[in-house]
Write a protein that binds this ligand. Structure first.
Ligand code: HSE
Length: 299
């Protein structure tokens, strides 16, 4: 039996569409053992698919098949603290849980680098799946099924305040509204800011983050799918955030704030309530520089 803890992730960080992401200290846990059939248990009562379509199960089975190892079935237990379809990497956590769990049960025939490539090919983009496995801040390129990446640990002097709406936004829907091509100046706008974002976070030049978090590639289109999203971002800046952006494909908005600003989460929650947004949640999170952890492993 293997027990895993997989972090939530925040992809894009504004301009780094499909290429930059980081892991935060909000976790799903997965227990997995070989079994004679498919058994899926939701250990916290969150509704999950309990058949072979379960993403953890199907990804694990795929790895057994790729490795040529006979597959009977699996018993999986899930605890889902990462909310579904909110831009916090819940699907990636399932994919990484499935791959890392299966690989561990098989005696680790596959390297982490190969798991990263497989996860990106299942997920389609590496900016959630790679930090979910490795933790930290990851800058990644997916080229012909291979992920080229750098993981950087970042200092623990920031908070990542997740402002989570009471509605889901499917990644497919949030990608469908994006234009197929953009003018060259949009390319330059984004690539310069994505580079600045990655290096400013790593080096601690947080005064750059506001300009670095700006984006013309996806946020202007996606904000139309997130009622009050623009208002939330403006309020984050009014309250002194270094940066505010759509987390992944949304619907969550993420603020980066100085960790000394311990009142930030309460302040933004109060404003949400004043605005009548009573179903929204605020989670004050920190960087996870460790990534997926195997908490327990038994033969
Ligand atoms: N980079 C992806 C997107 C993240 O923004 O669509 C979602 O997994």
């Amino acid at each position: 039996m293997v027990r895993l803890k997989i972090p939530a992730t925040s992809a894009n960080i504004g301009p780094g569409f499909d290429s930059i992401g980081l892991a935060v200290n909000l976790y799903n846990t997965v227990t997995m053992e070989e079994w004679d059939s498919c058994v899926i248990e939701s250990l916290d009562g969150v509704a999950v698919p309990c058949d072979e379509n379960n993403l953890i199960y199907s990804t694990a089975r795929q790895l057994y098949q790729l490795c040529g190892v006979p597959f009977r079935g699996l018993k999986i237990g899930q605890v889902n603290h990462i909310p579904f379809a909110r831009g916090l990497g819940s699907s990636s956590a399932c994919v990484i849980g499935g791959l890392k769990g299966a690989n561990t049960l098989m005696g680790k025939p596959v390297s982490d680098n190969e798991l990263i490539n497989l996860a990106a090919s299942v997920e389609g983009h590496p900016d959630n799946s790679t930090p979910a496995l490795l933790g930290g801040l990851v800058t990644a390129v997916l080229d012909q099924n291979k992920v080229y990446y750098v993981k950087q640990e970042i200092k623990n002097d920031l908070h990542f305040v997740a402002i989570i709406p009471d509605f889901e936004l499917k990644t497919s829907q949030a990608r469908a509204v994006l234009p197929d091509s953009v003018p060259r100046q949009v390319g330059v706008f984004n690539l310069s800011r994505a580079a600045l974002m990655s290096v400013s976070l790593y080096s601690g030049n947080y005064q750059n983050l506001r300009i670095a978090a700006d984006d013309q590639l996806h946020q202007p289109y996606r904000l139309k799918l997130i009622p009050n999203g623009q208002w939330v971002m403006e309020n984050c800046y009014n309250l002194g955030a270094y940066a505010a952006f759509i987390s992944g494909a949304g619907s969550t908005l993420m603020a980066i704030v100085d960790a000394k600003r311990i009142d930030f989460g309460d302040c933004i929650l109060r404003r949400l309530h004043e605005q009548g947004l009573n179903g929204w949640q605020v989670r004050t999170l920190s960087i996870d520089n460790t990534g997926t952890q195997i908490e327990e492993e038994q033969a």
